[in-house]
Ligand binder design. Structure first.
Ligand code: HEC
Length: 214
């Protein structure tokens, strides 16, 4: 009987120790959580992030590097259905002169699908990018039977080329540049605050000296 109690005691103690250890190791090693570091050491293009979204390079950054001549070459994939010269004829698709900055379905008299024509707002760099990734996803039921351009560079280049045909919209600021500018401003503000603080300190010293002299 005594022996049995001792065995039970050891088993219980062992269990408690194991539980304690697993709590501790969980604390230190976070084995129970699938955590990502706040900033990744390096970014691999096209890799899915844990939140499920693709880590896309923003179109503004792609455009900054876009090549209009390369875009004209990409546009060869479109010429079976589209002209892009000013006053060019509609084909299977509408003429695309001056399409960026214009409403969806911008050519009067072209028989657009409701799917496309009913989309509110003007074409801009971002929604044109989304359209060219997959017309079918962007406007389910569209008449544009084109699979899409999978390479971000191709889309950036062809969008830059399209923009140069009549629209000439200014490119959006890449976010990195905005951040750098904001950081610069912050540094200037900090330096100014420091200067002001040291001025106050100097005045205090002077006032103290004046008081001591009296
Ligand atoms: C197989 C023919 C075909 C090809 C190839 C094609 N398109 Fe289209 N495109 C169309 C049709 C048809 C429409 C009208 C869609 C609708 O009404 O749903 C259209 C519409 C568009 C529009 C909308 C215009 C507006 O006025 O709103 C843009 C922009 C466009 N295409 C760009 C392109 C680009 C860029 C390419 C090449 C990368 C391309 N298309 C390739 C047939 C084509």
């Amino acid at each position: 009987m005594d022996n049995n109690n001792t065995i039970a005691g050891w088993v219980l103690a062992g269990g408690i120790a194991a539980l304690g250890f697993s709590i501790l190791s969980g604390k230190y090693f976070h084995a129970d959580k699938n955590e990502r570091p706040e900033t990744m050491g390096y970014v691999i293009e096209g890799v899915e992030s844990s939140d499920g979204g693709k880590e896309e390079v923003p179109m503004s950054m792609m455009l900054a590097k876009a090549d209009i001549a390369a875009g004209e070459a990409v546009f060869k994939k479109c010429v079976a259905c589209h002209t892009i010269n000013q006053g060019g004829a509609n084909g299977i698709g509408p003429n695309l002169w001056d399409s960026l900055g214009k409403p969806h379905g911008h050519v009067a008299g072209f028989a657009y699908s409701d799917a496309l024509a009913s989309i509110e707002g003007d074409w801009n760099f971002d929604n044109m990018n989304a359209w060219l990734i997959s017309p079918r996803k962007y406007a389910p039921g569209t008449k544009m039977t084109f699979a899409g351009l999978s390479k971000p560079e191709d889309r950036a280049n062809v969008i830059a080329y399209m923009n140069a045909q009549g629209s000439n919209l200014p490119y959006p600021e890449p976010p990195a540049a905005e951040e750098a500018a904001a950081e610069g401003e912050e540094a200037v503000a900090e330096a100014e605050a420091d200067a002001a603080a040291s001025e106050v300190a100097q005045e205090t010293v002077e006032a103290d000296e004046a008081a001591a002299a009296e």
